[in-house]
Design a protein around this ligand. Structure first.
Ligand code: M6R
Length: 610
């Protein structure tokens, strides 16, 4: 959830650290700080504002030095304040941390007895004091003290640690929170995400669980927690530094919405062969392992969970595979019955979501036939730990609200459905041909829907000053209604709920009045007439309707009902295409409400704590 950066170089590192933080701000942004070493002392600057304010503050109070660490925070222990902001300092040591030290209270109690005093309410300061105690009071060399303290930790961490008395080494460690080491020439770096380091290097070591590293300007030494040396694999990233620029757009979210045609084209690239879906070249895929599968469990969080719900409709209807979908934070704490020949699927943009990762690790002990992840980040923990992986290839997604990651997840699930359906003989070659030709038309169809942006932005004005909103859909469009509601609430702060339209009369209809817009996702499909009855129920109670349709059925505009018509498109694409105007609606409502679109309050892009 937090972002950390560290650097050791033969030049001043504060510009590298601040640029790294700017690039990591999506991970957490309630406070931030930087600390460098020069002339045997620390230069530490913090703020409860954003990285831009920190950069301005550093201009007033410069942080020279060739060794440094920096942090952007999403508060867990202790509210946002300069005292709780990282880096924390204890004696000659300074440290930044992403994760949660669950046994920090016990650590703190013992350290209080040993005479330590604490300035902050954070778990990080307690761990740093423990490292300091083992090093300064018990005489362990710093790396041994670091490793020993970490072996006592219950919880998760990505850490960067520096010693003002020995500014020739940067120490880092990882357990449960992501960390990469960036390799430069005569300089080395560490960060929570490669994006932070792209301006300085493309060569990375992706640290694994339980690893510690010591970085100097000329080398990187990697160890396990017992300090046995490990071999480090170096990987080259194909992302470029520009992947995090807004280009001509006002917000990352807006850019990412409009990138969807290209993102979808790249998701399908190399996976369609003539009239067939061919996933045989996808990393690790083995027909033998997959052809026996007769049930699927999908586990994910947030928007990725909604993608899973759509996947269930496809997998059951087209591939004939019994599928169930669960929220990861629920799945990991219950006793599940695992059917034989069952495939465990996780879906995640980041591949680092703590609950999803924990569910995967649990599933690996539960007797599933195989594990598969649908993921957007190639070197993520989820990708590394799953048997098979299907990359969404959406490109870097920076806006906290997931947009292109969601639609590319849907496309991956559709490709998987068709592949499995054909493999099992559940899908006829004619139907497979129909679907593949629809998929090929998807980028163009998405472009056509996005060209209606202006109309959606006018519609968004209707939502100004509104406090509540309902989203309705039926069948496969029900999860799309859920996703539309999630998008609206997380960035515009308008309270929104998604419902299966048939559920309306079982409770939510009591809420209908002329102050609460009801958004209906109403494509031309077999359930349209049923949905129209639900629309009438709202109309009869004076509700204000905003209907996304394809011009079919008996829906007509009137003073209570605004209809936004999408271009005609193959039915199989409806869940993906109807998502787009809902994303635009949420975006424009957020802009009208003046919220921080890319970094909405209380949220973070990558939820690496449970
Ligand atoms: O990285 P993941 O896809 O695992 O993240 C899951 C959720 O945290 C994420 O989808 C969240 O709900 C988004 N903010 C939604 O826009």
């Amino acid at each position: 959830m937090c972002g950390i950066v560290g650097a050791i170089a033969q030049r001043d590192v504060s510009p590298i650290l601040l640029e790294g933080l700017r690039r990591l701000e999506y991970r957490g942004y309630d406070s931030c700080g930087v600390c460098t070493v020069s002339d045997g002392g620390f230069n530490c600057v913090k703020t409860v504002e954003k990285v831009q304010a920190l950069t301005a503050k550093v201009q007033q109070h410069p942080c020279p030095g060739r060794l440094g660490i920096a942090h952007t925070r999403w508060a867990t222990h202790g509210g946002p304040s300069e005292t709780n902001a990282h880096p924390h300092i204890v004696g000659n040591l300074a440290m930044v941390h992403n994760g949660i030290i669950e046994n920090f209270a016990q650590m703190k109690e013992e350290l209080l007895k040993a005479g330590y005093a604490f300035k902050s309410q954070t778990d990080t300061e307690a761990l740093l004091a423990r490292i300091h105690f083992l090093h300064a009071k018990q005489g362990l060399p710093l790396i041994n003290a670091f490793a020993k303290a970490l072996s006592e930790v219950k919880g998760s961490y990505a850490l960067a640690l520096i010693d003002r008395d020995h500014p020739e080494t940067l120490y880092v460690a990882r357990q449960g929170s992501p960390l990469v080491i960036g390799l430069g020439i005569g300089e080395n770096f560490a960060a929570s995400d490669v994006l932070a380091l792209l301006p300085v290097t493309r060569r990375f070591i992706y640290m694994k669980e339980g690893e510690i590293a010591a970085l100097t300007t000329s080398e990187v030494k990697l160890y396990d927690l017992s300090l046995n040396p490990l071999h480090a694999e170096i990987a080259e990233s194909d992302l470029d530094a520009e992947s995090i620029s807004k280009g001509k757009y006002r917000h990352f979210m807006q850019k990412e919405i409009f990138e969807q045609p290209e993102a979808l084209a790249s998701t399908m690239m190399g996976r369609l062969s003539g009239d067939r879906v061919d996933l045989s070249s996808v990393a690790g895929f083995s027909k033998a392992a997959l052809s026996d599968i007769d049930s699927i469990k999908i586990v994910a969080c947030g928007t990725s969970y909604h993608a899973g719900l759509v996947g269930k409709y496809w997998l059951e209807e087209l591939a004939g595979i019994s599928t169930s979908v669960e929220i990861a934070s629920e799945y990991r704490y219950r006793k599940a019955v695992v059917k034989p020949h069952s495939l465990f699927v996780t879906i995640s943009q980041s591949g680092e979501t703590a609950d999803t990762l924990a569910s995967l690790r649990l599933a690996k002990k539960q007797g599933y036939a195989a594990t598969l992840c649908v993921c957007n980040v190639s070197a993520s923990s989820l990708m590394r730990e799953s048997d098979f992986s299907l990359m969404t290839r959406a490109g870097a997604e920076i806006g906290v609200a997931s947009t292109k990651a969601f639609t590319t997840q849907l496309l991956c699930l559709l490709l998987l459905t068709v592949y499995l359906g054909a493999l099992r003989g559940a899908l006829s070659p004619e139907r497979e041909k129909e679907i593949t030709s629809a998929i090929r038309a998807l980028p163009e169809a998405a472009r056509a829907v996005l060209s209606g942006d202006e109309r959606v932005s006018r519609l968004a004005e209707e939502f100004a000053g509104k406090h509540h909103c309902l989203f309705l859909g039926r069948g496969i469009m029900y999860p799309i209604a859920l996703e539309g509601a999630l998008k609206l609430k997380e960035i515009s702060y308008i309270h929104a709920e998604g419902y299966a339209a048939g559920e309306l009369k079982h409770g939510p209809i009591a809420l209908i009045d002329d102050k609460m817009p009801v958004v209906v996702v109403a494509p031309d499909n077999a359930l349209l007439s049923k949905l129209e009855s639900n629309i009438e129920e709202v109309r009869a109670r004076g509700g204000r309707l905003c209907v996304f349709s394809q011009g079919a059925g008996s829906l007509r505009e009137d003073p209570q009902t605004e209809i936004l018509t999408l271009p005609p498109a193959p039915a199989i694409l409806q869940p993906i295409l109807f998502t787009l105007p809902l994303q635009l609606l949420a975006y424009h409502c957020a802009v009208i409400n003046g919220t921080d679109v890319d970094q909405p309050r209380n949220l973070a892009k990558s939820v690496t704590v449970e």
